[in-house]
Design a protein around this ligand. Structure first.
Ligand code: ATP
Ligand code: MG
Length: 370
């Protein structure tokens, strides 16, 4: 612990002040620290394992109007990639072990095991010991998100960034794609590199296609990987709302305004007719109201409400994952738990306590001041 954190992070503040914001956690008997919120310009999710620094993945701006946001953001070639909907994972090799960090800098026991099984990254890390692989863990069997991709049966890990773990400096897009091919790592789809003007039409075409296939959207990047911009499909706005209004008192409020505005700007940029806007409005309304009605009925029937996930793996990993969630204060309801040979598969619900309790309260006659 003898490093000069102040100069390493390039911050003016007293390094002790900065370190105070890190939480201490343990993984396989090893102590590590992580930053669960951005502080002094250091990204959320930055972790310290002994004196190794793993920088957080930076937050990325979103375009509401593609054409003007592309013009304002980029002055050189723009690479367009698919934006996958799973969860952000950084993989680093520290003291010979692969560790998988979630967005907020936890070493997730389940993700670490999956990544060990999915990735053959030894050769990559032999060549690039100081780099980290940044990617999206996607697929139906994961404990955080539940977007289905027809090409994935369980889970997959798709690289969208290679960064220096200590400085966070990204590798350029072309080189990153090359490295993925060289080392046999799956990459997010790359749709080509365009001038900013051509990127507008290219992104719009991709968005139409992704929307029709129920996929999330695109990320546009400068070729050095430093600047990124995200833009998403109407299909994912509706899917997000459906998810949020399944658990209205946990997520509803935060989700609704942002998604409605994304839809509104998208309709305007596309110059939609009154009929097209009406169709969009109807779909949006259904995405909000129907799941809320179903949830109130479920609470009324005494069924558990929350996010349901299925995970599969060796019994110890599954045990570690469930304990890790319970330690974080989550209440879990196990629906299905089955071990076949070496594989344990568990379906569980992370109970949405606010939704359950508030819904019950109103169903039993509770009133509201509004
Ligand atoms: P923020 O970027 O503000 O933290 P967020 O955590 O809500 O937002 P998203 O809206 O999902 O995240 O957008 C950014 C995330 O998209 C990245 O952190 C990453 O996990 C994911 N992602 C998926 N595909 C890509 C890609 N091709 N390039 C970069 N990120 C991608
Ligand atoms: Mg995401």
């Amino acid at each position: 612990m003898s490093r000069d954190w102040g100069s390493l992070f390039d911050v003016d503040t007293d390094p002790e002040d900065l370190l105070e914001h890190f939480d201490t956690e343990w993984f396989r008997g090893q102590r590590y620290r992580h930053l669960s919120d951005e502080r002094h310009g250091i990204e959320r999710g930055t972790a310290l394992v002994d004196d190794v620094v793993v920088r957080g993945y930076p937050s990325m701006p979103r375009a509401l109007v593609l054409e003007s946001a592309i013009r304002e953001t980029f002055d050189g070639p723009v690479a367009i990639e698919e934006k996958l909907n799973g969860y952000n994972v950084r993989v680093a090799r520290i003291d010979g072990d692969l560790l998988a960090f979630t967005r907020s800098g936890f070493v997730c026991p389940y993700t670490t095991r999956k990544v060990e099984a999915l990735l053959d990254a030894e050769a990559f890390f032999d060549e690039h010991p100081e780099q980290m692989l940044c990617g999206e863990l996607v697929g139906p069997e994961n404990p955080y998100t539940d977007h289905d991709y027809s090409e994935i049966d369980e889970v997959g890990f798709y690289v969208f960034g290679i960064r220096h773990r200590e400085s966070g400096t990204p590798m350029g897009v072309e080189r990153r794609l090359d490295q993925c091919v060289t080392y046999g790592l799956d990459s997010v789809d790359h749709y080509g590199t365009f001038t900013p003007t051509a990127a507008v039409d290219a992104a719009r075409e991709r968005i139409d296609d992704l929307n029709a296939r129920g996929r999330e959207g695109v990320v546009l990047k400068s070729t050095d990987g430093e600047t990124a911009l995200k833009y998403t499909t109407s299909a994912i706005h509706r899917a997000d709302l459906e998810h949020a209004f399944e658990l209205p008192f946990d997520y509803g409020r935060d989700f609704v305004f942002t998604r409605v505005m994304r839809e509104a700007f998208q309709a305007v940029e596309r110059g939609e007719s009154a009929a097209a806007v009406r169709e969009r409005a109807q779909a949006l309304g259904e995405a909000i109201l129907q799941p809320a009605v179903e949830t109130i009925r479920a609470v009324d029937a005494g069924d558990p409400v929350g996010e349901t996930h299925t995970v599969r793996g060796d019994p110890r990993t599954i045990d570690d994952l469930l304990s890790y969630f319970r330690e974080q204060g989550l209440e879990l309801h196990v629906e299905h738990d089955e071990t076949v040979g070496e594989q344990r598969a568990v379906t569980f619900t992370k109970i949405a306590q606010s939704t359950r309790d508030k819904t019950r309260y109103y169903l039993e006659g509770g009133t509201i001041d509004e």
